[in-house]
Structures are given as structure tokens and as C-alpha cells.
Write a protein that binds this ligand. Sequence first.
Ligand SMILES: [Zn+2]
Ligand SMILES: [Zn+2]
Length: 140
Amino acid sequence: MPLGNCLKCGTVFSRTNNPLCPQCAQKEEADFQAAVRWLRDNPGRNVTTLSKATNIEEADILRWIRQKRLSMKEVSESVKCNSCGKPITTGTLCDRCKLRMSQEVNEELKTLKSQIEKENMAQRRGMHYRPDERRKEIKP
Ligand SMILES: [Zn+2]
Ligand SMILES: [Zn+2]
């Protein structure tokens, strides 16, 4: 397993998918649970109030939001759409950009599909009219 530095305390540890060392990961999980609990009791609060109330760093909260582990009822100025920069409540894209992206993907799929269909058709036509094939068929 590759060695890496913990994102938080800098300890060298054998890195898995988690950028945090086991100790920090454990602490983060506890913080995360605390944040979830606090949000359940105080719905509609933003990152700053949550951070102040739970003593969790805003950076941690923002990371959870980007990882979609947490979502805010209230849009936060610190959580912005990666595409247009509009404040959002969770994830990395606003609804409009998400929609636009999925539409773009759909368009791409459509183009791809029609391309494949055209190729298939051309292939079929090619088979049909290939002269040597026809000659073979006619042969007794
Ligand atoms: Zn650590
Ligand atoms: Zn956007």
C-alpha cells in the first residue's frame, strides 16, 4: 500500500482511499455524526452556524457537502457550483448546471446512436450490394 501524509495532521500512514490517517478519520467520523445530529435538531442552518455550534472546521463541513454526505437547507456562499459559481446546498453543481450537463450527455448519446445506426445501415447496404456476394448466391 502506498504511503501518504494525512490531510489533517500530516502523519505518514499507508494510504487507502481515505486521505486521513486512522486517528483523524475516526475523529472526522465522530464530527460528522455530531454535525448530522446538530442539523437534525437545527434544520435550515448554514455552514457557519453549524461550524460554530459544533466546533467543526468549516473546511470539513464543506468537504462533506462536496462529497454529498451532508446537505444544507440554506444555500451557502462558501459552497458554489463548479460550473457557474452559483451558491448551492450540496454536491458540486447547481440544479441548472446538472440539468444542462445531463442534457448535453443525452445529446451526445443521441449523436452517437445515430452515428452507429448510420454505420450499421451502411454496413447492411454494403453487404446487400456487394457484387461478389451476389454472384455467389446466384451460383448453383
Ligand atoms: Zn491524521
Ligand atoms: Zn451552476
